[in-house]
Design a protein around this ligand. Structure first.
Ligand code: SF4
Length: 241
């Protein structure tokens, strides 16, 4: 993994749940903003570019930590108007990036959602999630809970080039199998398939291996998702760097 020093800004939030339009979910929750995993294909870079914020090599070097998000979430879930809709965690930033080891905000939010019997889904590339298998299992006994582990490739070269800050893919698979052993409904996400990089014919065996390993570990195999529409031209430069 690349070692990039990040600045952590502890900033309370006013709102925990964000209403989302045009996605498969209606509400999202992100305990952190910015992501030190710094994947070259991260679609958040395109948002940052359009908002005139750092999207290039500076992306992922300044992380906002929403230090009060569990309390704000608890208040929002207690509102009479709240209809206990599903909440997607990790759509804009990885909830199990390294900061979570220290701040434990994702864990606290899972506890709040579980106590409220509120359904949620979570997507991550961070093996740290295994630490919270107890909270996930407890929440899953009260509401619909699912975890997607993003493992788009087992190819070491593609991984190093495109996901400079993430844990090695096989480490993620091991973490995923521990979640399955703990009784948590978990899937593997083979996304994104990168045009010209991981969709080459020679990469097919890599994808097949991911699928096979996922099956061996008792993990459901999600449909692969192509990266469409293509990223911004500046992102393509990053992909081929
Ligand atoms: S882990 Fe997810 S949120 Fe973080 S940089 Fe990679 S794609 Fe973006």
């Amino acid at each position: 993994m690349s070692d990039v020093r990040a600045e952590y800004r502890e900033e309370p939030c006013k709102v925990a749940l964000n209403r989302v339009k045009g996605m498969a979910f209606t509400w999202s929750l992100n305990p952190y903003m910015g992501c030190v995993h710094r994947c070259t294909f991260c679609y958040v870079r395109a948002f940052e570019l359009r908002a005139n914020r750092p999207f290039d090599s500076r992306y992922g070097t300044s992380i906002r930590v929403k230090v009060n998000i569990p309390e704000v979430l608890r208040r929002e879930l207690a509102r009479p108007s709240w209809r206990r809709e599903g909440v997607a965690i990790g759509a804009a930033t990885d909830p199990y990036q390294p900061a979570e080891g220290r701040y434990r905000l994702t864990r606290a939010c899972l506890e709040v959602l579980g106590e409220a019997a509120n359904p949620f889904s979570l997507i991550t590339r961070g093996p740290l999630i295994v630490r919270d298998a107890d909270v996930l299992a407890a929440a899953a006994r009260r509401a619909d809970v699912s975890v997607t582990f993003s493992i788009p490739t087992l190819d070491a070269e593609i991984w190093r080039r495109t996901e400079p800050g993430t844990a090695p893919p096989r480490q993620r698979l091991r973490a995923l199998s521990k979640l399955v052993d703990a009784g948590i409904r978990a899937s593997v996400g083979l996304a994104p398939i990168l045009p010209g990089i991981s969709d080459r014919p020679e990469s097919a065996p890599v994808r097949d291996t991911v699928r096979q390993l996922a099956r061996e570990h008792g993990i459901r195999d999600r449909r692969r998702v192509r990266l469409e529409p293509p990223p911004e031209p500046e992102q393509l430069e990053l992909l081929s760097a």
